[in-house]
Design a protein around this ligand. Structure first.
Ligand SMILES: [Zn+2]
Length: 132
């Protein structure tokens, strides 16, 4: 028996079959998070560091297994229905975990943000645009 992993098996291992209804990339042109591929490309180009703390992103395995600095998809306004260039951004896993479902303004006043000197003046302009 061959040990070789087929294409479908590698997709399955990567979790790409978790939401079969979303898997029709060719038709919907979206990634598995429901973000249109063209929008994803623009955001990846724009957000090369965490939009909140500004840390440079690392690949998952480049930091001794820590995922704190891995890029994650973030809804700045925590509403999954708002899929726009203004509301979708890349932030580090650490900020994403801290922000969770909190309102942006509430989160900016948190201990986490104080400790990391994250303020309305320090965040990326895509975030500042939400702060009036
Ligand atoms: Zn961050």
């Amino acid at each position: 028996m061959s040990e070789k992993i087929g294409c479908q098996d590698s997709f399955r291992q990567a979790g790409l079959f978790e939401s079969p209804e979303r898997f029709d990339f060719a038709e919907q042109k979206m990634n598995r998070w429901g973000i249109p591929l063209e929008m994803e490309a623009v955001i990846r180009e724009r957000d090369q560091a965490c939009v909140y703390c500004g840390i440079a992103f690392l690949e998952a395995d480049a930091n001794g297994g820590s995922r704190k600095r891995v890029a994650t998809w973030e809804h700045i306004v925590n509403d999954a229905r708002i899929v726009t260039l203004e509301n979708i951004a890349l932030c580090c896993n650490s900020c994403n975990a801290s922000k969770g479902a909190k309102d942006l303004v509430v989160w900016l006043a948190s201990d986490y943000c104080q400790r990391k000197s994250i303020s309305r003046d320090s965040v990326a302009s895509v975030v500042q645009a939400h702060l009036g």
